[in-house]
Design a protein around this ligand. Structure first.
Ligand SMILES: Cc1ncc(COP(=O)(O)OP(=O)(O)O)c(N)n1
Ligand SMILES: Cc1nc(C(=O)O)sc1CCOP(=O)(O)O
Ligand SMILES: [Mg+2]
Length: 380
């Protein structure tokens, strides 16, 4: 497709095609198309080789290709003419800070900024005669921003969850004493994440239970556990408001509940936001939405929740092959079927009944954790 000069709703007078201004604008567009493509290549390589995230690498590649299509909208002859006419005085101008980078993340952050700035330059200068191109550049700038955010968050959340393999969903039990006893056992068994999920409780009861959970974990975790990651992270199911009020570490939402950006408006930028996913498309979207981790299921029939269909281990294998955001397999997982889950490339699971309904929850949790650690070591 080629762009109609001055088509659309741009009301300013047309610039004469041979004017110096228009040639300068074309020269700027040309230079910035190149900068965006180069910057996206740096981003793509980071996603591919450093993050090893095929999904994000593919996303970077798609944006790069779409930039190519945009650039192709201006005829090569027009661009060539602009190139010859104007000398680029910017070549060779390098800021001291561009010569060295502290680390690989610095490199990629600098590139993402350049990509966004260059897309902004295209968006602005394309207004001089190429309004459709300007609008398309704006869309690409949003996509580049989403990619950059997802990439940096994936890295951050991967580090945050690095050693967190066993995630247990608990209900409020029949009494606070029973709840406290279960929480104590699970903290001592080194469960990595605890989710409060109880659909029977009123809002007020849920808040009180979440506050109790928080104080129990502070009481039972070893001293200094906050820093050493030796206490479980605490997650509230469904309810960002209650997670915030009880000062838990995160909230988990399903596909029909609030989307991540809405949850973030409630809980802020720091809190973990987990998202349930039931297909590879939903998993990919959760990465771009900035989820902190995903739940992938239901893998097997569950005694905790009824489902009409199951994703099986095929979905797990798809996620393991392309997504680096921490992912927990969920749904009917037990010590017996765990080998099928780990064989699909997962070393993180979220379970309810296998631990919460076990005769000895502490032993059940320990056995699962041992297997997950072994799987993680094999997969490393
Ligand atoms: C870790 C984890 N994964 C998935 C779910 C399920 O969430 P959702 O689909 O919203 O269903 P409910 O739990 O609300 O019934 C989860 N809770 N935790
Ligand atoms: C609450 C829930 N959500 C799932 C999903 O796939 O989204 S599976 C599930 C139940 C998890 O409990 P159990 O380990 O007892 O099967
Ligand atoms: Mg839910």
């Amino acid at each position: 497709m080629t762009y109609d000069k001055n088509s659309g709703d741009d009301h300013r007078p047309n610039l004469p095609p041979s004017s110096g201004e228009q040639l300068a604008a074309l020269r700027i567009l040309d230079a910035n198309f190149n900068r965006v493509s180069e910057g996206l290549r740096v981003v793509e390589e980071y996603c591919r080789f450093a993050l090893e995230d095929r999904h994000l690498a593919q996303n970077a590649k798609e944006i790069r290709h779409d930039i190519g299509h945009l650039a192709a909208g201006i005829s090569p002859e027009t661009l060539a003419k602009a190139r010859e006419t104007l000398r680029d005085v910017g070549t060779g101008v390098t800021l001291g800070s561009e010569k060295t980078r502290a680390g690989i993340l610095d490199v990629v952050i600098a590139s993402t900024k350049r990509v966004e700035q260059s897309l902004r330059a295209i968006e602005e200068y394309a207004k001089l005669g190429y309004p459709q191109l300007s609008a398309a550049a704006k869309q690409l700038r949003y996509r580049a921003y989403t990619l950059a955010r997802a990439m940096l968050l994936t890295d951050h959340h991967r580090q945050q969850m690095a050693k967190r393999l066993l995630y247990v969903l608990i209900d409020g039990r029949a009494s606070d004493a029973e709840f406290a006893s279960l929480v104590r056992m699970l903290v001592e068994a080194r469960v990595d994440v605890l989710q409060l999920r109880d659909k029977r409780l009123t809002d007020r009861q849920l808040l009180e239970k979440a506050q109790l959970l928080k104080s129990l974990v502070e009481q039972f975790a070893p001293a200094g556990a906050e820093e050493t990651a030796e206490r479980p992270l605490l997650v509230m199911n469904d309810r960002p408001d209650l997670a915030l009020l009880a000062r838990l570490d995160g909230v988990h939402v399903g596909q029909d509940e609030l989307p991540v950006d809405a949850v973030r408006k409630i809980v802020g930028p720091e809190m973990l936001v987990g998202v349930s996913t039931h297909s590879i498309e939903q998993a990919r979207q959760a990465v771009l939405d900035g989820a902190s981790y995903i739940g992938c299921g239901p893998v097997f029939p569950s005694n905790t929740k009824q489902f009409g269909s199951f994703v099986g281990t095929e979905f797990l294998a798809q996620v393991a092959a392309e997504i680096q955001l921490p992912a927990f397999a969920i749904g009917g997982i037990t010590l017996e079927n765990l080998p099928q889950v780990t064989a699909a490339g997962f070393s993180r699971v979220a379970v309810s009944a296998a631990v919460s309904s076990a005769a000895d929850p502490a032993t059940a949790a320990r056995l699962l954790k041992t297997e997950l650690l072994a799987a993680a070591a094999r997969q490393a």
